[in-house]
Design a protein around this ligand. Structure first.
Ligand code: ACO
Length: 448
């Protein structure tokens, strides 16, 4: 098979959200801390009728319907998630409800978990399967689904929730450049979930920021080396039209992009002009460690990168700024933002993706676009995802109500024998929702 990649996409995020400006005031944080300091506008969250299973059911069902894909045509289904509902039974098995109805139980794949990286692992599994001798000619389907919630404190405004579904196969409009890919993996305790009766992670915020940037540097260096061996010329920021980052919060994305600029400077790449070289010269002799600590370098490189950031990154930031950290879905929601904003002009372009999962696992990889053919065309993907309308039709909650919901969810996490309110009045038609968890912890969902 040729041009293996992403044929179709759908994104779902809850219709319930909270303005960061309002949360900031409620939390007594200084004005601008969440909106400018973290760079976030709004945060989506699940109410008691939604969870990672209902969101993934909604995204998968909607993708199959809107692109008219016969459920029998799916041969592999992979889920990436770090939201643990069951320590054994995969989310994938819940999604089988959709396929069993159509007589298709011949579907490989289970769940992949490592913080925000599981979705990328799932995507690679599907692409590798299509490219392998085991491929049976059918499509792969990848689902990234997460609900990011944090205990009270500075991490709470970096929550979010969403599910992204992606159809994988040959002759795709979004093609993997499989040779241009580099990983960095290491054992670190920056963000983890050792408390099995709580949904909240244990997080060392500062360490996780530094780990993210170190992983970014390592992946970028290695990707540049591989590209140079392959193509016989240097790689720099100018060789990709867009850079898409895993987005815990927008400020980290800004810092990441300026870090790439600093890397290009250190590599003496053609993307850095003479005046930029002069400005960055004082930072040339910093050790790696010093460079992560230097506020001066951070501010200087961010200023220098600003025009390029506006061109190459800003179009990818819409959904992550509006919905928050969607963990495994975050990178792909950023990618969906790019398709939403630029689908008309993407053909022929390259985008570099950076996936990061704490603990830590990271991969930088390259995708290339072509128009594609209906229904698997860039413009149809943008119109199916319908991002603007989904964002506009959300309902804003107060911080008090949000906190009340989180309290209820703390009790419900791992609990049995309860009915939800079944209140689906805010959900769009076609949305799945949780109705009951019975005395044997079995979960039941309905579709609006
Ligand atoms: N106006 C403008 N900016 C402000 C204001 C203000 N009034 N007040 C603070 N800021 C800025 C700070 O200067 C800082 O920006 P800078 O880094 O550019 O200097 C930013 O707001 C954040 O403030 P801090 O005090 O540095 O950090 P805080 O204690 O609020 O914690 C953190 C932020 C660490 C991101 C926390 O939210 C967290 O732990 N989140 C979860 C971990 C995470 O997302 N890690 C990322 C990778 S791993 C993953 O994806 C889960």
């Amino acid at each position: 098979p040729k041009n293996v990649g992403i044929l179709a996409m759908e994104i779902y995020f809850p219709p319930t959200c909270l303005q960061q400006e309002v949360l900031e005031a409620h939390d007594g944080a200084s004005k601008g801390k969440y909106t400018i300091g973290l760079g976030q506008d709004c945060m989506g969250f699940c109410t008691e009728v939604e969870d990672v299973i209902s969101m993934s059911l909604t995204a998968v069902n909607s993708l199959l319907e809107k692109y008219s894909v016969d459920p029998k045509q799916i041969g592999r289904l992979e889920v990436g998630s770090e939201t643990v509902i069951d320590k054994s039974k995969s989310i994938k098995t819940f999604l089988m409800q959709i396929f069993e109805k159509h007589g298709n139980t011949d579907i490989e794949g289970v769940d992949s978990t490592n913080a925000c990286y599981g979705g990328t692992a799932a995507l690679f599994n599907c692409v590798n399967w299509v490219e392998s001798a085991s491929w049976d000619g059918r499509y792969g389907l990848v689902v990234c689904t997460d609900s990011a919630v944090y205990a009270e404190g500075p991490a709470r405004p970096t929550g979010g929730a969403a599910a992204v579904a992606m159809l994988v196969g040959p002759d795709a409009p979004i093609v993997f450049e499989s040779k241009i890919r580099a990983s960095h993996m290491s054992h670190v305790y920056d963000f983890y979930k050792p408390i099995l009766d709580s949904e909240y992670p244990v997080v060392d915020g500062k360490l996780s920021q530094t780990c993210y940037l170190m992983a970014l540097d390592a992946c970028y260096k290695s990707l540049c080396n591989k590209y140079e061996k392959l193509e016989g010329k240097q790689f720099s920021m100018t060789d990709a039209a867009y850079f898409v980052f895993h987005s815990p919060y927008n400020k980290l994305v800004q810092k990441s992009f300026s870090r790439l600029l600093f890397n290009d400077f250190l590599r003496n790449a053609s993307s850095i002009d003479e005046s930029a070289k002069k400005i960055l010269a004082p930072f040339e002799s910093l050790t790696g460690d010093e460079s992560y600590q230097s506020r001066d370098l951070e501010k200087t490189s961010q200023q220098l990168a600003k025009p390029l950031y506006d061109e190459k990154v800003q179009p990818t930031t819409l959904i992550p700024k509006q919905v928050g950290n969607m963990y495994t879905a975050s990178l792909y929601a950023a990618f969906a933002s790019l398709l939403h904003n630029k689908h008309n002009t993407l053909a022929g372009q390259r985008v570099i993706m950076f996936s990061y999962g704490s603990g830590l696992t990271a991969t930088m990889f390259s995708l290339k676009f072509n128009e594609g053919q209906h229904p698997f065309s860039l413009s149809n993907i943008a119109s199916v995802m319908n991002v603007a309308e989904k964002l506009e039709s959300r309902h804003e909650f107060t911080p008090e109500k949000f906190i009340e919901i989180l309290k209820l969810m703390e009790h419900r996490y791992g609990a049995k024998d309860f009915l939800t309110s079944k209140d689906c009045s805010l959900l769009a038609p076609g949305t799945y929702y949780l109705t009951e968890v019975d005395s044997k912890y079995r979960r039941f969902y309905a579709k609006k």
